[in-house]
Design a protein around this ligand. Structure first.
Ligand SMILES: *[C@@H]1O[C@H](CO)[C@@H](O)[C@H](O)[C@H]1NC(C)=O
Ligand SMILES: *[C@@H]1O[C@H](CO)[C@@H](O)[C@H](O)[C@H]1NC(C)=O
Ligand SMILES: *[C@@H]1O[C@H](CO)[C@@H](O)[C@H](O)[C@H]1NC(C)=O
Length: 430
């Protein structure tokens, strides 16, 4: 079972969504609109939710940073074009170095959370990782963040250590993995693919002494690409202007990294764009899903901001009844009775292999952006030697566009103009 089958989103907000879901519970009708074949209608439970979580400030609040320090980064970032992104069992890792002198580590690229953190010595509880946890004592630029400072107050989940007055943080993710430790500042270094390395001093991060749950052995911690106060995107905003983009290579090509670009969204021929909503997470408006000429219509499609886009979640989560109709329709289109059960028991439509099967064209229609998925790279996933499964899963919680469905697209975020753009690409190309 992939380590991150459960979305790794901070769990407080997940629960908030769930609470709103339950409140907004109303029965409704599910429609399948068919152009050439006969359509059908079934009853469903309409689960609409407001993305406006009461726990969250919907405004993009800018972290008041040490301006002078980042002014230097602003000059330097022009040298920083892009860095490599490595697939790792359904998650994507990027290189980030901490300290002076810099110590390299790999960390999960996560648009679903804010805090950047790494495992730190001494560990009261660290999960097993390939390299050694970062040792702040061997860095000349490490500083603890103290309580009652702007930085400490800018992260919602902090408390004060009674004697030292160090700012302690804790973060729990949706899959119950967690990190706890000292909030600190440090010089981080990102290594560019062509232009060399760029350092950012006084970067606020979590020095995690107590970290648990399922995290990749290859890496240490994660890099938060959310839009909250402490996210990398916010802390580096004077350098990158609220723009970043990634191109994730297929997880089957682990040796060929994809790319992450800071300071640029996506442009050029073949780009489609859709409004981005900064609610509790990055959310988009999904208006329909189509399978060849069949367009699935579902009540949530009439509301805006109905699906989270996340780099840290593997598969796409759709409301259960929509998912069922989707699977039904894809299966009907493939028209083969040679289905097999999924040995991992996650997916409901699997074939021994896709050889000789005609896979229908599947598109996700976001507002203003019709995203034609690439077959089979965005639609099917191998779960064993003898099973290939439709890579979507049902949910009664939040809807998420996962990273399998974003593979081999440049996905660009422009937080200033609030749009997300997609452009098909070979992300493993040099
Ligand atoms: C952002 O930081 C400010 C203080 O710098 C704080 O007042 C505010 O609550 C923070 N926002 C969130 C969502 O934590
Ligand atoms: C860039 O950083 C890497 C470590 O991430 C290091 O191995 C390399 O020597 C650095 N390159 C330059 C030009 O400083
Ligand atoms: C899967 O295939 C590999 C080689 O392709 C083989 O070594 C392995 O035994 C196979 N596993 C199963 C469960 O068939």
């Amino acid at each position: 079972m992939p380590s991150n089958f459960f979305p790794r989103l901070p769990s407080l907000l997940s629960n908030a969504f769930l609470a709103i879901l339950l409140i907004a519970y109303t029965p409704s009708i599910f429609l399948v609109e068919a152009k050439n074949v006969g359509g059908f209608t079934v009853d469903l439970i309409h689960r609409e939710y407001s993305p406006k979580s009461p726990f969250h400030n919907p405004q993009l609040t800018r972290f008041e940073r040490q301006k002078n320090a980042f002014q230097r980064s602003l000059v330097r970032v022009n040298h920083f074009a892009s860095t490599n992104v490595f697939p790792n069992g359904g998650e994507y890792l990027m290189k980030i170095s901490y300290g002076t002198p810099p110590v390299d580590t790999l960390a999960i690229l996560d648009t679903g959370s804010d805090l950047t953190w790494t495992q730190c010595q001494y560990c009261t509880n660290c999960y097993k990782e390939r390299s050694r946890p970062f040792d702040p004592r061997s860095s000349s630029t490490f500083k603890f963040v103290l309580c009652d400072t702007k930085t400490c107050n800018s992260f919602p989940k902090t408390k004060c250590a009674p004697i030292t007055k160090f700012c302690l943080y804790s973060e729990v993710y949706g899959d119950q993995s967690y990190t706890r430790g000292d909030l600190a500042t440090e010089t981080i270094t990102l290594s560019g693919t062509k232009q060399g390395n760029t350092s950012f001093p006084n970067f606020a991060f979590g020095c995690g002494h107590d970290n648990g749950g399922i995290f990749p052995f290859e890496g240490s911690g994660l890099v938060g690409f959310g839009f909250g106060n402490l996210s990398l995107v916010t802390q580096l905003s004077s350098s990158i202007g609220g723009k970043f983009s990634y191109c994730l290579g297929p997880s089957t090509e682990a040796s060929k990294p994809g790319k992450l670009n800071l300071g640029n969204s996506v442009s050029g021929v073949g780009v489609v764009s859709t409004p981005l909503f900064l609610g509790s997470y990055y959310t988009l408006t999904l208006q329909a899903i189509s399978i060849d000429n069949i367009r699935l219509i579902y009540p949530i499609f009439s509301s805006t901001n109905n699906i989270i886009i996340d780099s840290g979640t593997t598969y796409t989560f759709l409301p259960t009844r929509l998912y069922e109709a989707f699977v039904f329709t894809v299966k009907q289109k493939i028209n083969s009775d040679k289905t097999v059960p999924d040995p991992q028991n996650i997916f409901s439509l699997c074939y021994p292999s896709l050889d000789g099967l005609r896979i229908p064209s599947i598109a996700m229609h976001f507002k203003g952006a019709h995203l034609k998925l690439l077959n089979p790279i965005n639609t099917f996933v191998s779960t064993s030697n003898s099973s290939v499964c439709l890579a979507f899963v049902p949910t009664d919680d939040v809807n998420i566009l996962g990273n399998v469905q974003q593979t081999n697209f440049w996905v660009g975020y422009d937080l200033t103009n609030k749009i997300v753009s997609f452009k098909p690409a070979d992300c493993t190309a040099a």
